[in-house]
Ligand binder design. Structure first.
Ligand code: SF4
Length: 463
Protein backbone atom coordinates (compact mmCIF):
# COMPACT_ATOMS: atom_id res chain seq x y z
CA UNK A 1 0.00 0.00 0.00
CA UNK A 2 2.11 2.81 -1.39
CA UNK A 3 1.71 5.31 -4.18
CA UNK A 4 4.15 5.93 -7.01
CA UNK A 5 4.24 8.68 -9.60
CA UNK A 6 6.69 9.42 -12.43
CA UNK A 7 7.36 12.06 -15.07
CA UNK A 8 9.36 11.57 -18.23
CA UNK A 9 10.53 14.50 -20.35
CA UNK A 10 9.27 17.69 -18.76
CA UNK A 11 11.13 20.84 -17.67
CA UNK A 12 8.76 20.74 -14.68
CA UNK A 13 9.43 17.09 -13.83
CA UNK A 14 9.90 17.48 -10.07
CA UNK A 15 6.99 19.94 -9.72
CA UNK A 16 4.69 17.55 -11.59
CA UNK A 17 5.97 14.66 -9.46
CA UNK A 18 5.17 16.66 -6.33
CA UNK A 19 1.60 17.36 -7.45
CA UNK A 20 1.10 13.81 -8.67
CA UNK A 21 2.21 12.20 -5.44
CA UNK A 22 0.06 14.67 -3.50
CA UNK A 23 -2.97 13.26 -5.33
CA UNK A 24 -1.89 9.77 -4.19
CA UNK A 25 -1.55 10.68 -0.51
CA UNK A 26 -4.40 8.29 0.38
CA UNK A 27 -2.06 5.38 -0.50
CA UNK A 28 0.51 6.20 2.20
CA UNK A 29 1.13 8.82 4.87
CA UNK A 30 4.34 7.70 6.58
CA UNK A 31 6.93 9.23 4.30
CA UNK A 32 7.37 10.93 0.95
CA UNK A 33 10.27 11.16 -1.49
CA UNK A 34 11.14 12.45 -4.95
CA UNK A 35 14.18 11.69 -7.15
CA UNK A 36 15.00 13.48 -10.38
CA UNK A 37 17.56 12.89 -13.12
CA UNK A 38 19.19 15.18 -15.66
CA UNK A 39 20.92 12.42 -17.61
CA UNK A 40 24.13 12.69 -15.61
CA UNK A 41 23.22 12.87 -11.96
CA UNK A 42 20.35 11.67 -9.75
CA UNK A 43 19.03 14.02 -7.04
CA UNK A 44 16.84 12.67 -4.25
CA UNK A 45 14.99 13.84 -1.16
CA UNK A 46 13.16 11.62 1.34
CA UNK A 47 11.20 12.89 4.32
CA UNK A 48 8.84 11.54 6.97
CA UNK A 49 5.27 12.83 6.97
CA UNK A 50 2.75 14.13 4.47
CA UNK A 51 3.56 15.61 1.05
CA UNK A 52 2.28 19.14 1.74
CA UNK A 53 3.96 19.37 5.15
CA UNK A 54 7.28 17.77 4.24
CA UNK A 55 8.38 18.94 0.80
CA UNK A 56 9.57 22.54 0.74
CA UNK A 57 9.95 25.07 -2.05
CA UNK A 58 13.76 24.85 -1.93
CA UNK A 59 13.56 21.09 -2.50
CA UNK A 60 12.19 21.83 -5.97
CA UNK A 61 15.31 23.83 -6.90
CA UNK A 62 17.51 20.92 -5.85
CA UNK A 63 15.55 18.33 -7.86
CA UNK A 64 16.96 19.15 -11.31
CA UNK A 65 16.34 17.37 -14.58
CA UNK A 66 13.52 16.43 -16.93
CA UNK A 67 12.72 13.00 -15.42
CA UNK A 68 11.41 12.35 -11.90
CA UNK A 69 9.91 9.60 -9.75
CA UNK A 70 8.05 10.00 -6.45
CA UNK A 71 6.69 7.82 -3.67
CA UNK A 72 4.38 7.95 -0.67
CA UNK A 73 4.97 5.14 1.76
CA UNK A 74 2.83 2.99 3.96
CA UNK A 75 5.19 0.35 5.24
CA UNK A 76 4.31 -3.30 4.66
CA UNK A 77 7.86 -4.69 4.83
CA UNK A 78 10.74 -3.27 6.81
CA UNK A 79 11.12 -0.52 9.35
CA UNK A 80 8.38 2.13 8.96
CA UNK A 81 10.83 4.91 9.93
CA UNK A 82 12.50 7.40 7.62
CA UNK A 83 15.39 5.05 6.75
CA UNK A 84 13.21 3.06 4.38
CA UNK A 85 11.61 6.05 2.71
CA UNK A 86 11.82 5.92 -1.07
CA UNK A 87 13.12 6.55 -3.75
CA UNK A 88 16.09 4.31 -3.03
CA UNK A 89 19.24 5.35 -4.91
CA UNK A 90 22.34 3.18 -5.30
CA UNK A 91 25.56 3.28 -7.28
CA UNK A 92 25.70 -0.05 -9.10
CA UNK A 93 28.28 -1.64 -11.39
CA UNK A 94 26.44 -0.27 -14.44
CA UNK A 95 25.76 3.22 -13.04
CA UNK A 96 23.49 5.04 -10.62
CA UNK A 97 19.88 3.91 -10.33
CA UNK A 98 16.85 5.32 -8.44
CA UNK A 99 13.75 3.23 -7.84
CA UNK A 100 10.26 3.48 -6.32
CA UNK A 101 8.15 0.43 -5.57
CA UNK A 102 4.53 -0.36 -4.79
CA UNK A 103 3.97 -3.95 -3.66
CA UNK A 104 5.71 -6.58 -1.60
CA UNK A 105 8.19 -9.33 -2.44
CA UNK A 106 7.30 -12.75 -1.03
CA UNK A 107 10.89 -14.02 -1.39
CA UNK A 108 12.51 -11.01 0.29
CA UNK A 109 13.98 -13.08 3.14
CA UNK A 110 15.57 -15.60 0.74
CA UNK A 111 16.97 -12.86 -1.49
CA UNK A 112 18.42 -10.93 1.42
CA UNK A 113 20.08 -14.06 2.82
CA UNK A 114 21.44 -14.84 -0.62
CA UNK A 115 23.08 -11.42 -0.93
CA UNK A 116 24.39 -11.47 2.62
CA UNK A 117 25.95 -14.90 2.00
CA UNK A 118 27.76 -13.35 -0.97
CA UNK A 119 29.09 -10.55 1.25
CA UNK A 120 26.70 -7.91 -0.17
CA UNK A 121 25.15 -5.98 2.66
CA UNK A 122 21.74 -4.40 2.00
CA UNK A 123 21.57 -0.86 3.38
CA UNK A 124 17.87 -0.85 4.08
CA UNK A 125 15.43 -3.24 5.72
CA UNK A 126 12.79 -2.93 3.00
CA UNK A 127 12.34 -5.29 0.07
CA UNK A 128 12.69 -2.51 -2.55
CA UNK A 129 16.49 -2.56 -2.46
CA UNK A 130 16.42 -6.19 -3.65
CA UNK A 131 15.41 -5.00 -7.13
CA UNK A 132 18.59 -2.92 -7.39
CA UNK A 133 20.80 -5.72 -6.07
CA UNK A 134 19.21 -8.17 -8.50
CA UNK A 135 19.81 -5.84 -11.44
CA UNK A 136 23.43 -5.69 -10.37
CA UNK A 137 23.71 -9.44 -9.92
CA UNK A 138 22.88 -10.84 -13.33
CA UNK A 139 21.40 -10.65 -16.80
CA UNK A 140 18.84 -12.76 -18.61
CA UNK A 141 17.29 -12.61 -22.06
CA UNK A 142 14.15 -14.70 -22.54
CA UNK A 143 14.05 -16.72 -25.75
CA UNK A 144 12.64 -14.90 -28.74
CA UNK A 145 12.82 -11.39 -27.24
CA UNK A 146 14.37 -8.87 -29.59
CA UNK A 147 16.15 -6.12 -27.66
CA UNK A 148 16.52 -2.64 -29.12
CA UNK A 149 20.16 -1.57 -29.45
CA UNK A 150 19.79 1.23 -26.88
CA UNK A 151 18.34 -1.13 -24.26
CA UNK A 152 20.98 -3.85 -24.42
CA UNK A 153 22.89 -2.71 -21.32
CA UNK A 154 19.80 -2.42 -19.09
CA UNK A 155 16.94 -4.63 -20.29
CA UNK A 156 18.66 -8.02 -19.64
CA UNK A 157 19.20 -6.82 -16.05
CA UNK A 158 15.51 -6.02 -15.71
CA UNK A 159 14.52 -9.40 -17.16
CA UNK A 160 16.88 -11.07 -14.66
CA UNK A 161 15.34 -9.06 -11.81
CA UNK A 162 11.85 -10.15 -12.90
CA UNK A 163 12.95 -13.79 -13.10
CA UNK A 164 14.31 -13.73 -9.52
CA UNK A 165 11.83 -11.42 -7.74
CA UNK A 166 8.61 -13.13 -6.63
CA UNK A 167 5.53 -11.23 -5.57
CA UNK A 168 3.95 -7.88 -6.18
CA UNK A 169 5.76 -4.94 -7.75
CA UNK A 170 4.92 -1.89 -9.78
CA UNK A 171 8.21 -0.03 -10.27
CA UNK A 172 9.48 3.25 -11.68
CA UNK A 173 13.23 3.49 -12.33
CA UNK A 174 15.62 6.29 -13.30
CA UNK A 175 18.93 5.37 -14.94
CA UNK A 176 21.08 7.81 -16.97
CA UNK A 177 18.61 9.48 -19.35
CA UNK A 178 16.27 6.48 -19.26
CA UNK A 179 12.88 6.28 -17.57
CA UNK A 180 11.69 2.70 -16.96
CA UNK A 181 8.28 1.44 -15.78
CA UNK A 182 7.76 -2.22 -14.78
CA UNK A 183 4.73 -4.19 -13.57
CA UNK A 184 5.06 -7.72 -12.20
CA UNK A 185 3.70 -10.57 -14.35
CA UNK A 186 0.75 -11.13 -11.96
CA UNK A 187 -0.15 -7.45 -12.19
CA UNK A 188 -0.99 -7.25 -8.46
CA UNK A 189 -0.68 -3.47 -8.20
CA UNK A 190 -1.96 -0.95 -10.74
CA UNK A 191 0.25 1.32 -12.87
CA UNK A 192 -1.36 3.78 -15.27
CA UNK A 193 0.08 6.00 -18.03
CA UNK A 194 -0.90 9.55 -18.90
CA UNK A 195 0.48 12.53 -20.77
CA UNK A 196 0.69 16.26 -20.49
CA UNK A 197 2.00 18.16 -23.48
CA UNK A 198 5.30 16.45 -24.41
CA UNK A 199 5.67 14.64 -21.08
CA UNK A 200 4.70 11.07 -20.19
CA UNK A 201 3.18 10.56 -16.73
CA UNK A 202 3.03 7.33 -14.70
CA UNK A 203 0.86 6.83 -11.65
CA UNK A 204 -0.44 4.12 -9.34
CA UNK A 205 -3.89 5.53 -10.10
CA UNK A 206 -5.27 7.63 -12.91
CA UNK A 207 -6.82 10.17 -10.48
CA UNK A 208 -3.37 11.82 -10.17
CA UNK A 209 -3.41 12.93 -13.84
CA UNK A 210 -6.36 15.25 -13.22
CA UNK A 211 -4.45 17.49 -10.82
CA UNK A 212 -2.02 18.21 -13.71
CA UNK A 213 -4.79 18.51 -16.29
CA UNK A 214 -3.12 15.55 -17.92
CA UNK A 215 -4.70 12.95 -20.17
CA UNK A 216 -5.14 9.27 -19.30
CA UNK A 217 -3.57 7.04 -21.97
CA UNK A 218 -3.80 3.50 -20.57
CA UNK A 219 -1.99 1.07 -18.29
CA UNK A 220 1.30 -0.76 -18.04
CA UNK A 221 0.09 -4.33 -18.51
CA UNK A 222 1.00 -7.24 -16.18
CA UNK A 223 4.56 -8.31 -17.01
CA UNK A 224 5.21 -5.23 -19.15
CA UNK A 225 8.35 -3.08 -19.24
CA UNK A 226 8.32 0.40 -20.78
CA UNK A 227 11.60 2.18 -21.53
CA UNK A 228 11.63 5.83 -22.61
CA UNK A 229 14.70 7.85 -23.62
CA UNK A 230 15.78 10.29 -26.32
CA UNK A 231 15.54 7.49 -28.91
CA UNK A 232 11.84 6.97 -28.24
CA UNK A 233 9.59 4.60 -26.31
CA UNK A 234 9.92 0.79 -26.37
CA UNK A 235 7.56 -1.67 -24.71
CA UNK A 236 8.56 -5.27 -23.85
CA UNK A 237 6.76 -8.21 -22.26
CA UNK A 238 8.28 -10.62 -19.73
CA UNK A 239 7.10 -13.89 -21.28
CA UNK A 240 6.86 -16.15 -18.20
CA UNK A 241 3.77 -16.08 -16.02
CA UNK A 242 1.38 -18.52 -14.38
CA UNK A 243 -1.64 -16.24 -14.21
CA UNK A 244 -2.79 -12.66 -13.78
CA UNK A 245 -3.75 -11.74 -10.20
CA UNK A 246 -4.79 -8.10 -9.86
CA UNK A 247 -5.67 -7.10 -6.28
CA UNK A 248 -9.43 -7.01 -5.80
CA UNK A 249 -8.97 -4.93 -2.65
CA UNK A 250 -7.81 -1.99 -4.77
CA UNK A 251 -11.37 -1.79 -6.11
CA UNK A 252 -12.99 -2.40 -2.71
CA UNK A 253 -11.01 0.04 -0.61
CA UNK A 254 -7.59 1.35 -1.68
CA UNK A 255 -7.96 3.16 -4.95
CA UNK A 256 -9.74 6.49 -5.04
CA UNK A 257 -13.26 6.15 -6.49
CA UNK A 258 -12.44 8.61 -9.30
CA UNK A 259 -9.61 6.37 -10.58
CA UNK A 260 -9.52 4.02 -13.52
CA UNK A 261 -7.43 0.91 -12.81
CA UNK A 262 -7.29 -2.69 -14.07
CA UNK A 263 -9.38 -1.70 -17.09
CA UNK A 264 -12.36 -0.53 -15.02
CA UNK A 265 -13.78 2.55 -13.26
CA UNK A 266 -13.39 2.11 -9.50
CA UNK A 267 -16.55 4.11 -8.82
CA UNK A 268 -18.70 1.85 -11.00
CA UNK A 269 -17.35 -1.33 -9.36
CA UNK A 270 -17.76 0.03 -5.85
CA UNK A 271 -21.36 1.06 -6.54
CA UNK A 272 -22.11 -2.32 -8.10
CA UNK A 273 -20.71 -4.03 -4.97
CA UNK A 274 -23.38 -2.18 -2.98
CA UNK A 275 -26.08 -3.19 -5.48
CA UNK A 276 -25.00 -6.83 -5.38
CA UNK A 277 -25.03 -6.74 -1.57
CA UNK A 278 -28.57 -5.35 -1.75
CA UNK A 279 -29.66 -8.16 -4.10
CA UNK A 280 -28.44 -10.67 -1.53
CA UNK A 281 -30.27 -8.95 1.35
CA UNK A 282 -33.85 -8.41 2.54
CA UNK A 283 -33.44 -6.80 5.93
CA UNK A 284 -35.98 -4.13 6.83
CA UNK A 285 -34.60 -0.64 7.35
CA UNK A 286 -35.71 2.97 7.07
CA UNK A 287 -32.44 4.58 5.96
CA UNK A 288 -29.12 3.50 4.45
CA UNK A 289 -26.17 5.09 6.27
CA UNK A 290 -22.59 4.83 4.96
CA UNK A 291 -19.47 4.70 7.10
CA UNK A 292 -17.56 7.58 5.48
CA UNK A 293 -15.62 7.75 3.27
CA UNK A 294 -15.14 4.25 1.88
CA UNK A 295 -18.71 3.09 2.60
CA UNK A 296 -20.31 5.97 0.68
CA UNK A 297 -20.23 4.61 -2.88
CA UNK A 298 -21.42 1.04 -2.04
CA UNK A 299 -24.13 2.59 0.15
CA UNK A 300 -25.35 4.63 -2.85
CA UNK A 301 -25.59 1.40 -4.84
CA UNK A 302 -27.36 -0.44 -2.02
CA UNK A 303 -29.85 2.39 -1.50
CA UNK A 304 -30.57 2.67 -5.24
CA UNK A 305 -31.10 -1.08 -5.64
CA UNK A 306 -33.45 -1.45 -2.67
CA UNK A 307 -35.17 1.93 -2.93
CA UNK A 308 -34.34 2.83 0.69
CA UNK A 309 -33.28 6.47 1.26
CA UNK A 310 -29.56 7.23 1.59
CA UNK A 311 -28.70 9.53 4.46
CA UNK A 312 -25.42 10.87 5.87
CA UNK A 313 -26.00 9.58 9.39
CA UNK A 314 -22.31 9.78 10.23
CA UNK A 315 -20.42 13.01 9.57
CA UNK A 316 -16.68 12.91 9.10
CA UNK A 317 -14.36 15.57 10.46
CA UNK A 318 -11.85 16.09 7.66
CA UNK A 319 -9.38 18.01 9.77
CA UNK A 320 -8.18 15.12 11.90
CA UNK A 321 -4.46 14.63 11.49
CA UNK A 322 -2.32 12.20 13.38
CA UNK A 323 -3.50 11.90 16.95
CA UNK A 324 -1.02 11.45 19.76
CA UNK A 325 -3.80 9.97 21.90
CA UNK A 326 -3.34 6.20 21.69
CA UNK A 327 -2.28 4.69 24.97
CA UNK A 328 -5.43 3.19 26.48
CA UNK A 329 -8.52 1.55 25.03
CA UNK A 330 -10.68 4.31 26.41
CA UNK A 331 -8.65 7.00 24.72
CA UNK A 332 -8.53 5.06 21.44
CA UNK A 333 -12.30 5.38 21.48
CA UNK A 334 -11.84 9.15 21.44
CA UNK A 335 -9.94 8.81 18.16
CA UNK A 336 -13.07 7.42 16.48
CA UNK A 337 -15.16 10.19 18.06
CA UNK A 338 -12.70 12.78 16.75
CA UNK A 339 -13.17 11.41 13.26
CA UNK A 340 -16.90 10.66 13.10
CA UNK A 341 -20.00 12.22 14.65
CA UNK A 342 -23.57 10.87 14.67
CA UNK A 343 -26.12 12.99 12.81
CA UNK A 344 -29.06 12.59 15.20
CA UNK A 345 -31.54 14.29 12.89
CA UNK A 346 -31.53 11.29 10.55
CA UNK A 347 -30.76 8.57 13.12
CA UNK A 348 -32.99 8.99 16.17
CA UNK A 349 -35.56 6.23 16.61
CA UNK A 350 -34.79 4.68 13.20
CA UNK A 351 -33.96 1.19 11.98
CA UNK A 352 -30.78 1.85 10.00
CA UNK A 353 -28.76 -0.18 7.51
CA UNK A 354 -25.09 0.76 7.94
CA UNK A 355 -22.81 0.06 4.97
CA UNK A 356 -19.03 -0.32 5.24
CA UNK A 357 -16.58 -1.43 2.54
CA UNK A 358 -14.86 -4.15 4.59
CA UNK A 359 -14.41 -5.47 8.11
CA UNK A 360 -10.88 -6.34 9.16
CA UNK A 361 -10.28 -6.19 12.93
CA UNK A 362 -13.74 -5.01 13.96
CA UNK A 363 -12.54 -2.67 16.69
CA UNK A 364 -13.49 0.57 14.91
CA UNK A 365 -16.88 -0.82 13.81
CA UNK A 366 -17.68 -1.73 17.40
CA UNK A 367 -17.06 1.86 18.48
CA UNK A 368 -19.17 3.21 15.62
CA UNK A 369 -22.09 0.91 16.54
CA UNK A 370 -21.80 2.06 20.15
CA UNK A 371 -21.86 5.70 18.99
CA UNK A 372 -24.98 5.08 16.87
CA UNK A 373 -26.83 3.40 19.73
CA UNK A 374 -26.00 6.29 22.05
CA UNK A 375 -27.40 8.64 19.40
CA UNK A 376 -30.79 6.94 19.77
CA UNK A 377 -30.83 4.53 16.80
CA UNK A 378 -33.50 1.85 17.23
CA UNK A 379 -31.83 -0.97 15.26
CA UNK A 380 -28.41 -1.23 13.56
CA UNK A 381 -28.12 -3.66 10.66
CA UNK A 382 -24.51 -3.78 9.51
CA UNK A 383 -23.84 -4.70 5.88
CA UNK A 384 -20.33 -5.20 4.50
CA UNK A 385 -19.73 -4.70 0.77
CA UNK A 386 -17.07 -7.44 0.60
CA UNK A 387 -16.73 -11.00 1.94
CA UNK A 388 -15.16 -11.83 5.35
CA UNK A 389 -11.39 -11.14 5.39
CA UNK A 390 -9.96 -14.47 6.56
CA UNK A 391 -6.34 -14.31 5.36
CA UNK A 392 -3.53 -11.76 5.55
CA UNK A 393 -2.09 -10.14 2.43
CA UNK A 394 1.49 -10.83 1.33
CA UNK A 395 1.37 -8.53 -1.68
CA UNK A 396 1.64 -5.04 -0.31
CA UNK A 397 -1.55 -4.40 1.63
CA UNK A 398 -1.15 -3.94 5.35
CA UNK A 399 -3.79 -6.35 6.65
CA UNK A 400 -3.04 -7.77 10.11
CA UNK A 401 -1.93 -11.28 10.96
CA UNK A 402 -4.45 -14.10 10.71
CA UNK A 403 -5.14 -14.05 14.48
CA UNK A 404 -6.10 -10.38 14.40
CA UNK A 405 -8.65 -10.84 11.59
CA UNK A 406 -12.03 -10.96 13.28
CA UNK A 407 -13.60 -13.23 10.63
CA UNK A 408 -10.85 -15.73 11.22
CA UNK A 409 -11.61 -15.98 14.93
CA UNK A 410 -15.40 -15.79 15.03
CA UNK A 411 -18.48 -16.94 13.16
CA UNK A 412 -20.54 -14.23 11.45
CA UNK A 413 -23.14 -14.52 14.21
CA UNK A 414 -20.49 -14.06 16.93
CA UNK A 415 -19.07 -11.06 15.09
CA UNK A 416 -22.53 -9.48 15.18
CA UNK A 417 -22.78 -10.09 18.94
CA UNK A 418 -19.26 -8.70 19.49
CA UNK A 419 -20.06 -5.55 17.52
CA UNK A 420 -23.42 -5.10 19.25
CA UNK A 421 -25.49 -4.95 16.03
CA UNK A 422 -29.01 -6.27 15.51
CA UNK A 423 -27.92 -8.14 12.38
CA UNK A 424 -24.85 -8.46 10.17
CA UNK A 425 -24.34 -9.64 6.59
CA UNK A 426 -21.37 -9.74 4.24
CA UNK A 427 -21.34 -9.74 0.45
CA UNK A 428 -20.81 -13.31 -0.76
CA UNK A 429 -17.58 -14.29 -2.53
CA UNK A 430 -19.66 -15.36 -5.56
CA UNK A 431 -21.36 -11.94 -5.48
CA UNK A 432 -17.98 -10.19 -5.43
CA UNK A 433 -16.77 -12.25 -8.39
CA UNK A 434 -19.98 -11.47 -10.30
CA UNK A 435 -19.32 -7.75 -10.10
CA UNK A 436 -15.81 -7.92 -11.62
CA UNK A 437 -15.06 -8.40 -15.30
CA UNK A 438 -12.77 -11.49 -15.68
CA UNK A 439 -12.73 -12.49 -11.97
CA UNK A 440 -10.23 -15.28 -12.73
CA UNK A 441 -7.66 -12.51 -13.41
CA UNK A 442 -7.97 -11.17 -9.86
CA UNK A 443 -6.36 -12.09 -6.56
CA UNK A 444 -9.02 -12.50 -3.87
CA UNK A 445 -6.81 -14.49 -1.50
CA UNK A 446 -7.68 -12.52 1.63
CA UNK A 447 -11.27 -13.73 1.15
CA UNK A 448 -10.61 -17.16 -0.39
CA UNK A 449 -7.08 -18.12 0.85
CA UNK A 450 -6.30 -18.90 -2.79
CA UNK A 451 -2.84 -17.26 -2.81
CA UNK A 452 -1.39 -16.83 -6.31
CA UNK A 453 2.28 -16.97 -5.19
CA UNK A 454 3.81 -17.73 -1.82
CA UNK A 455 7.12 -18.61 -0.24
CA UNK A 456 6.88 -20.72 2.90
CA UNK A 457 9.03 -18.35 4.94
CA UNK A 458 6.78 -15.39 4.09
CA UNK A 459 3.77 -17.20 5.51
CA UNK A 460 5.68 -18.00 8.65
CA UNK A 461 6.42 -14.30 9.19
CA UNK A 462 2.82 -13.14 8.97
CA UNK A 463 0.51 -16.01 9.92
S1 SF4 B 1 -4.48 -10.99 -0.66
FE1 SF4 B 1 -6.19 -9.53 -0.74
S2 SF4 B 1 -5.29 -7.52 -0.41
FE2 SF4 B 1 -3.63 -8.93 -0.96
S3 SF4 B 1 -3.37 -8.76 -3.18
FE3 SF4 B 1 -4.78 -10.46 -2.83
S4 SF4 B 1 -6.81 -9.48 -2.86
FE4 SF4 B 1 -5.32 -7.85 -2.62
Amino acid sequence: MCGIFGVYNSPYASQYAYLGIYALQHRGQESVGIASADGEEIYAIRKPGLVLESIKREDMFYLKGTNAIAHVRYSTAGDPGGLNAQPIVRDLSFGKVAIVHNGNLVNYVQLRERFEAKGIKPRYSSDTEMFLLLMDEGQYVPEGVDIHIHDRHILPRIFYMMKEAKGAYSLLILHEDKFIAVRDPYGFRPLTIGKKEGALLFSSESCAFDILEGEFLGEIKPGEILIADRFGIRRYRFPHRERIAMCIFEHIYFARPDSFIFGEEVYGIRKELGKQLAREDDVEGEVVVPVPDSGVVPALGYSEERGIPFEMGLIRNHYVGRSFIEPTDDLRNIKVLMKLSPNRSVLKGKKIIVIDDSLVRGTTSRRIVNMLKRAGVKEVHLRIASPPVIGPCYYGIDTPTREELIANRMSVEDIGTFLGVDSIKYLSLEGLRKVIKDPEDYCDACFSLNYPVLEKETCMQRV
